[in-house]
Write a protein that binds this ligand. Structure first.
Ligand code: SF4
Length: 145
C-alpha cells in the first residue's frame, strides 16, 4: 500500500479541483490495468469484458494499457472527461491511478513529481509517511515498466 511507504512529500488533494487533470493527460503514456481491474471497469460500463478490451485497451509488452486520444498533439487517457476534466471511471480507476503520486520511482526524485503535480508539497525530510488522499485523479505512466 502506498500509504505505508515513506515519501519525501505530501499530497494536497485540493489541487485536483483546479489542475485540469494534469495526471491523466499530457505526453504519451501508459495506464496499466490488470484483468481484475478490466473486469471492474467493464462491469461499471455494463460492457462485456472482451468488447471493453477491444475498444479501450492496447496490448503492450504482454500487458494491457488504457488507450489514449490525441488532440492537438496532447495525449489524453480514453477515460478522461474533456468537459468536466475528470475521470469518467473514477470509482473503479486502476491502482496505478489510485496510488499516484506515491510511486516508488518518485521517492528519490521528488522534484520530478513536483513539476508534474501541483498537489505535491515538500515536507521536512524528518517527517514520516504521507498517506494518499482519496481525491487523487490518477495518471498515465510515461513508459512501459
Ligand atoms: S484516473 Fe486513470 S483511468 Fe481515470 S482518466 Fe485518469 S488516467 Fe484514465
Amino acid at each position: 500500500m502506498a500509504s505505508e511507504k515513506i515519501f519525501p512529500y505530501r499530497f494536497d488533494g485540493q489541487a485536483c479541483k483546479t489542475c485540469g487533470g494534469k495526471c491523466c493527460r499530457g505526453q504519451q503514456g501508459y495506464v496499466w490495468v490488470s484483468p481484475k481491474e478490466i473486469g471492474k471497469m467493464a462491469e461499471t460500463m455494463q460492457m462485456d469484458a472482451a468488447i471493453f478490451a477491444k475498444k479501450y485497451l492496447s496490448r503492450v509488452d504482454g500487458r494491457f494499457s488504457l488507450r489514449e486520444h490525441v488532440i492537438n498533439g496532447e495525449h489524453f487517457c480514453c477515460f478522461f472527461d474533456l468537459i468536466d476534466c475528470r475521470c469518467k471511471l473514477y470509482a473503479v480507476r486502476p491502482e496505478q491511478c489510485r496510488t499516484y503520486p506515491f510511486w516508488n520511482e518518485f521517492k528519490k526524485a521528488p522534484e520530478r513529481i513536483s513539476l508534474e503535480c501541483p498537489g505535491v508539497k515538500p515536507i521536512d525530510p524528518g517527517s514520516v509517511r504521507q498517506p494518499p488522499v482519496d481525491g487523487i485523479t490518477g495518471t498515465r505512466h510515461p513508459a512501459p515498466g
